[in-house]
Design a binder for this molecule. Sequence first.
Ligand code: FES
Ligand SMILES: [Fe+2]
Length: 389
Amino acid sequence: MSTMSVRDDASVVQRIFDHIDNRTTDLSAETWREPVENYRSAERFAAERELVLRRYPTPFCPSAALPESGSYIARDAVGTPILAVRGADGRARAFRNACRHRGTQFAAGAGCEKAFVCRYHGWTYGLDGALRHVPHEYGFPGLDKSARGLVPLATAEVAGMVFVTQDAPSPPDASLDQLPPIISPQHRLLQSAELEVPVNWKIFAEGFLEGYHIRSTHTETFYPVQFDNLNVIDTFGRNHRIAFPYRAVNKLRTMAPADWSVDGKLTYVYHLFPNVMIATFPANIFMTVLDPVAVDRTVLVTYILTTRGPDDVEAQTTIKRGGDFVTIGAAEDREVVCAIQRALASGANEFFEFGRFEGLIGHFHRELDAALEFGKSRPPARPDGTPSR
Ligand code: FES
Ligand SMILES: [Fe+2]
C-alpha cells in the first residue's frame, strides 16, 4: 500500500539545503520509456478518457469557486457538460448538465442562482437537482417529476477542492482519504480562465513534473530565481508533489528550523492523478485542470486563488508581479510542449526516454497503465451502478 502523506515543509527545506550543498537532486531508481504511439493513438486516447479520466474522483473546481448557496460552475470535463453547485444546505453537488426534457445545457459559465431554468422550454431545477417546475405540465400526462431530477454525479469536497467522479466503478486506489491539505479554507477565487492548446494532455502534464528543463527553457524567467535540476519529490498514492526551491530559500539557513516558512521560498506543484496540477506561489495558488478534448488538443482550465484581501496593497503588487512572471514562464512551457506535439508524427522517435531526474513522469505513466488495465477489466457504469451506455 503506498502512503498518502507528503513530507513536512521543514524536511523539504533540509533536503533542499543538502542538495544545494552537495550539488544533487532527488533521483528515481529507474528510467522510463514511453512509446510515442501512446500520445498519438485515437484508441488509446478514447480508453484514457473512458476508462481512466472519467473513472477517478478528479478536482472539478476549487471549493472557493462555490463560496455561497447557489454559486455554480458549469463547464465540460472530459467531453461531458457538468454543473457543480453549492446547495442551500452548504453541500457541493455535481450533475450532468443536460436537461431531463430534451438534453440541452441548463447552465453555462459561472454565477449564483436560486434555481436553474432551462432556456429551451423552461423546465426548472432546484439547487439539489430536483425538477421543480414544468411549464404547461398537462402536456406530459403521467410525468413523475420526482423521477426526472438532474442526474447526480459522485461528489466529494476534500483538501479545498470539489472532486467529481463521472463513471463507476472507480479503481480501488481512488480513495480521497488522507489527502494532504492543499488549498486552505481561507482561499478565495481571484479569477479563472480557459485556454486551448494544440498538445496531448499527457505531454502537457509532463512539463510540470520535472525541474530538469529549468535552465534551458526558462533561462530568463525561472532560472534566475530558482535552481536548475534541483527538486524534492514526493509520491502519495497515485499522486505527486514536486518542490521547486527559489534561491531565496538560503535565507532560512540563519533561522531555527521551527521558524522556517516555505512561503516565498519555493513552489510546490501537486499533481492529482490523472490531470490536475496545483502550483503554489507567493500570495496565490494556481489550480489547472488539463481537460483533454482530442488526442492532440487540451483545454487548460485555470483557477487562481489567494488568501490575501483585496485591500492588501502589498499582496496585490506581489500577485500582479508574480502573475506576469508566471504568464511568461507558462508561455515558454507551452512553446516546448507544442513543439513536441508537432513532431510526434515525424517518426523521429519510437519512444521518449525519461531519465532519473524525471522519475515522477515514469510513475505517472505506470499509474496510468495500471488504471487502464483496471478499466479494461471492469466495464464502466454510472456511479449509481447502472450501465453508462
Ligand atoms: S430541453 Fe430543457 S426544457 Fe426542453
Ligand atoms: Fe517549465
